[in-house]
Design a protein around this ligand. Structure first.
Ligand code: FRU
Length: 503
């Protein structure tokens, strides 16, 4: 009898596991098990893209924060390695960045330079003392596999409870290392300078500006050409996370475009202007890869999640994942210079089964889609242009099951592009999950352009050639196999739909 019971328990557990594991994305990074949040220390080094990430080695809830580690050669297939940097002596490893100290400015490197991680050490509060956040460094002389924490840590201590997420880069203008680090409750990014990564002097503060809901976290700063024109002066993008209280609810991110002269960031836009990096609910604490080969486009990747419900996601044995890595650029638009994003080009190598449609009948396209097996894969990409004009609605429905679907479309009433996941499947685990997120848009000649990535439990939308992105998690039923377009009769449609597979 006891054996039978044990057998029953095992059968039920395996069933549960299969039911939740089905959400695990195919071409997005998620750890094999346990909790993850922000990407950390993204760096390209000797052929490897290194992804470190906030990780709990002991469970699927936030806690014991350490830096997990995965490497990839193509930014799609990730090889998860042992935890790189552990919580130690009661100090958690919070978010930070990694640089290549080629010239051994830190004195911590062997010949040829080393990687130096700059991170926040978080000491939780006790009955007698408040929490403490300080900036610390660690070095790796084997390409990020093993690390030694610096014996002189912390390298920056203001004795504050909230002071975190250092992003360090080499400033040519300042001829030194510069750290952008957040003062979350003041809605400020502080800049510090250093010649050796060990002693830091205060340079300036930026903020408050733009949106000031919740706390400011995860600052990131990088330089980009405008319109891919390298003869023009480059501009700096300063990105900062807002949590909670972002315009979409919970966690979200905004960016500023301006100049950094080695000491100070100057916002090129009015201080009241809020620009969002993503209009969905699930792109947070994005970082760019440091040390990319000269000439390669900047690549950014975020945590595809939201603190509103991150602890409740119905996945197991892992919880948390990253967005698709995106190339980022600056484009001149009628409204001014704006950040644009596109999935990394390598993603196209995953394209297999394909449908191409050019015509004026959504019904004809939908019949082709119904005959194909692309939808059933739940891992696919749609690229489309619908010329339905500004006075009509148009809408894609993906992951369509009986009574469930995720809608991606244009609403002429609100002049906005939206993603509606209120009927996307499993939505009841948090009242903050079933949402419709939207971004106002001026359609270019009435033309609605989409690139949509579907990967089992996520829908990432790049619209109007990457000027608007909406990133959202979804938890559809396994049999949600449909793809449909709703558009006015006679509107010209161009559509390509590919199944995406790891070959
Ligand atoms: C953002 C954040 C960071 C912090 C980390 C802790 O998601 O709150 O500010 O360093 O997560 O895990």
């Amino acid at each position: 009898m006891r054996r039978f019971l044990l057998f029953l328990v095992l059968v039920v557990m395996t069933g549960l596991r299969a039911a939740t594991d089905e959400y695990r994305p195919l071409y997005h990074f998620s750890p094999k098990q346990n909790w993850t949040n922000d990407p950390n220390g993204l760096i390209f080094f000797r052929g490897d893209y290194n992804l470190f990430f906030q990780f709990n080695p002991f469970g699927d809830k936030w806690g014991h924060m350490s830096w997990g580690h995965a490497v990839s050669r193509d930014l799609i297939r990730w090889n998860e390695l042992p935890v790189a940097l552990h919580e130690e002596h009661g100090i958690m490893m919070f978010t930070g960045s990694t640089v290549f100290d080629e010239k051994n400015t830190s004195g911590l490197c062997n010949a040829g330079g080393c990687l130096v991680a700059i991170y926040t050490g978080h000491t939780p509060e006790t009955k007698t003392s408040p929490a403490l956040q300080t900036q610390n460094i660690a070095d790796s002389n084997d390409g990020g596999r093993t690390w030694t924490k610096y014996s002189g840590n912390p390298v920056l201590n203001l004795h504050l409870t909230d002071f975190r997420d250092p992003k360090v880069f080499w400033s040519r203008a300042g001829d030194e290392w510069v750290m952008a680090v957040s003062l979350p409750n003041d809605h400020k990014v502080s800049f510090y300078g250093s010649k050796d990564l060990k002693s830091w002097k205060h340079l300036s503060d930026f903020g408050p500006a733009g949106a000031t809901g919740g706390q400011w976290e995860c600052p990131e700063i990088f330089e980009l050409p405008v319109d891919l024109d390298t003869s023009q002066r480059k501009r700096f993008v300063l990105k900062v996370g807002l949590n909670p209280g972002s315009p979409q609810g919970g966690s979200g991110e905004q960016y500023f475009i301006g100049d950094f002269d080695g000491t100070r960031f100057k916002n090129g836009n009015p201080p009241g202007l809020t620009l969002l990096t993503d209009h969905g609910k699930d792109c947070y604490c994005a970082l760019t890869f440091y040390n990319l080969p000269a000439g390669q486009e900047t690549i950014m990747m975020g945590w595809m999640d939201n603190w509103d419900y991150a602890a409740e996601l119905p996945t197991s044995p892992w919880r948390g994942q990253m967005t698709i890595p995106r190339t980022v650029g600056l484009r001149t638009t009628p409204a001014g210079v704006r950040l644009v994003q596109a999935p990394i080009p390598n993603l196209q190598k995953l394209r297999t089964e394909h449908i191409h449609f050019a015509g004026r009948s959504a019904t004809a396209l939908n019949q082709m889609l119904a005959r194909s097996s692309i939808g059933a894969s739940q891992t696919y990409e749609i690229e489309s242009t619908v010329e339905s004009g500004e006075a009509s609605d148009a809408e894609w429905r993906v992951l369509v099951g009986s009574g469930s679907y995720t809608a991606i479309g244009y609403s002429h009433a609100s002049k906005s592009i939206f993603v509606d996941r209120t009927r996307s499947g499993e939505v009841g685990f948090s009242p903050k999950f079933p949402t419709r997120t939207a971004a106002r848009v001026q359609l270019d000649g009435g033309r609605l352009q989409f690139r949509i990535l579907v990967d089992r439990n996520s829908v990432e939308v790049f619209s109007q050639n990457g000027e608007i992105t909406l990133t959202n998690l979804v938890f559809p039923p396994r049999n949600a196999a449909g793809i449909e377009l709703l558009s006015p009769d006679g509107a010209p449609i161009q559509a390509d739909i590919w199944k995406l597979e790891l070959k």
